[in-house]
Design a protein around this ligand. Structure first.
Ligand code: NAD
Length: 245
């Protein structure tokens, strides 16, 4: 087991990639805190059982993140792994985007990651180290129509990861970023037609969407000692999209 006796806090673990990661981490011996704004987080926690604990959190709010970190430490005694994974995607052309949508995407996907890192660091320093992994996207590296705020937020997460890695290595805290390509989760599948799904599949050189479980295996690699010589790095699991660009 790769995460025996570890405690992992995963934001956005009520669904999709975060949920699959929480399940895999528990299988690998960890206790997990599932932090989510949606009641789906409670369902995910119940399905895992006693090794999971649910915390309601809105990552856009700094006070929620502070409370989340404290509650996780109270519940399980320490936090070895923080996965800043909560995210939203909205496809809106730049000309049609209003400030509210822009701010919502940036606050969730980028500012929420910053808050997570900021507030976990004092605890990780005290306990002598830890691992932080963030979830970005292949859209951190390539552009696509309608994804301005999303791609900007994810590019920001990649850069934030590099700076955090440099600042925190002296405390034995490694920081890396998982960059999934199109993945079959509610975020991508909600409200799209069969034709749209086929169009997206065709964009992927491997010819299909990724599975949340395939992203979870990447998260396990970044969270465990298997990646002990990695910090500030991006792990692309994108079915070949970036290679084709
Ligand atoms: P998902 O919609 O299945 O899960 C996202 C979770 O985040 C949900 O449970 C949601 O309730 C939670 N969340 C949203 N806003 C929140 C907030 N303010 N506070 C707390 N929780 C919040 O989506 P997913 O595909 O599993 O996405 C996980 C991460 O992977 C996201 O950061 C996303 O941008 C990234 N990603 C997804 C894809 C994809 O194709 N699905 C591709 C690249 C990157």
């Amino acid at each position: 087991m790769k995460l025996k006796n570890k405690v992992a806090l995963i934001t956005g673990a009520g669904s999709g990639i975060g949920r699959a990661t929480a399940k895999l981490f528990v299988k690998e011996g960890a206790k997990v805190v599932i932090a989510d704004v949606s009641p789906e987080g409670e369902k995910a926690t119940e399905s895992i059982g006693k090794n999971a604990h649910f915390i309601h959190v809105d990552v856009r709010k700094e006070e929620d993140i502070e409370r989340m970190i404290k509650e996780a430490v109270n519940q399980f005694g320490h936090i070895d792994i923080l996965m800043n994974n909560a995210g939203i995607g909205k496809n809106i052309l730049i000309e049609k985007m209003d400030a509210e949508d822009w701010d919502d995407i940036i606050s969730t996907n980028l500012r929420g990651v910053f808050f997570g890192i900021k507030h976990v660091v004092p605890f990780m320093k005290k306990q002598g180290g830890g691992v932080i992994l963030n979830t970005a996207s292949e859209l951190a590296f390539v552009g696509d129509i309608g994804w301005s705020a999303y791609a900007a937020s994810k590019g920001g997460v990649v850069q934030l990861t590099k700076v955090a890695a440099m600042e925190l290595m002296k405390y034995s805290i490694r920081v890396n970023v998982l960059c999934p390509g199109p993945t079959a989760t509610p975020m991508l599948l909600k409200g799209i037609t069969k034709e749209e799904k086929k169009r997206i599949e065709k964009l992927v050189p491997l010819g299909r969407l990724g599975k949340p479980e395939e992203m979870a295996r990447g998260a396990l690699f970044l969270a465990s000692e298997d990646s002990s010589f990695m910090t500030g790095a991006s792990l692309l699991i994108d079915g070949g999209i970036i290679a084709k660009e």
